[in-house]
Design a protein around this ligand. Sequence first.
Ligand code: COA
Length: 423
Amino acid sequence: MKTRVDELLSDVKDPELKEKYRYLILTLLEKGYFPGLEGVPVIKSGISHIDGENGLLTYRGYPVQELAEYCTYEDICYLLIYGDLPLLKERVQLRNELFTKKDLPASVSKVIVEMDDNLHPMYMLSSSVLLLQAEDQECACVNDYMLNYRRGLNLIAKLPSILGVFRNKDADFAAGKEFDSFAQYCLYVFNPELAFDKNWVNVFEKILILHADHTMNNSTFSVRAVASSLASIYASIASAINSLSGPLHGGANERAIKMFEEIGSPDNVESYIEEKLARKERIMGIGHRIYKTYDPRSLYMKNKILPMVFGEDSIIEVDEEMVNLYEIARKIEQVVLEKLSGKKLYPNVDFWSGLILKAIGIEPEYFTTIFALGRILGWVSHWIEHMKIRNKIFRPEQLYNGIGTRHIILDAEEESATTNNGI
Ligand code: COA
């Protein structure tokens, strides 16, 4: 069989593609289906690209580290949506447009303020995105491209406001306030004081940029799957937020910081990890489907952003509790690299990000919403791109393993009673 597969693949010249096809054919032969759709291409897209073997992530061709180092949130928004980095004038225009669109309709903010405090912010966020549809009665018309751009920017602009209104229980949150940048506004939602410290804005902006897009991850796949039924942008983005909330996806950042807190001290790390592995449990913030080496976003966070907060020359102050959590994280990293690098498992972006978010004073249940504030740029870009392609509704197959066909056997007496009653 292997020879036959090799024969079939002999015409494929690109070695990377050849390897991918070989993996897919062998999986199909071995398992009969593709668990978790691993390795299965479902779309052609020009937005981002991952080279998992070499730890490279690019947005529209640019390595993510360069973008995090030199660009603003508005630049990345422009790059992902329109395909190229903006000129200065275009950046300013986009910033103004986002600020013009940022306030919520009164009917929506009123509902958000009344939402139960016990509602997890991620469910609040997805529900509120759906509420925004009320002011877009034409949302079923998805093939007006110019309108789609405006819809996308409108959602990007309103996401922080939804969080600000809910978290502060203030329907007029930030109405009429002015900000220098959109990242500053996003930080203002969580910490109005730090939002006026440019070092913290810089740190926060980098985090948003690192999360902006990541090829066909679970939430972006959700956008594409829902969009393929030609459902509205509201339906698609709300699904993506729900997908992101899961602990195996964006929800890992909330769980990772809780794990650091549970461990309590660097001295407890080794035994904690050993016990977890012995029970075959997952360590939150570790591992990735695509990367077979250190995730470049995670590496940038560890080497460039964390030293800005915890390094010797840090220009930002953090307390002892935060330093302890940072030490715990570093120890976990060391133990994981020793014990799990054979399986090509490394700390991912959710492992490190929570340390910075907690240092900003953000509650862990809001961590994944910050991931969403970054990823909304990618989700919107994918939705817009999807509406331009020759669409085919996502409708995969299953291998049925349920009961064979069977029939309802009617009791003769019951049957005649039913018939008589019918008369
Ligand atoms: N802790 C311990 N072991 C892990 C692990 C983790 N976090 N992630 C993967 N593994 C192990 C699995 O047990 C498996 O081992 P085995 O081959 O001996 O059975 C192997 O690595 C492959 O795991 P698999 O479940 O096939 O990987 P996946 O590609 O389906 O899953 C993740 C990828 C991200 C879902 C997975 O790594 C995970 O659950 N990580 C923790 C949650 C997380 O941080 N998510 C955020 C991702 S950005």
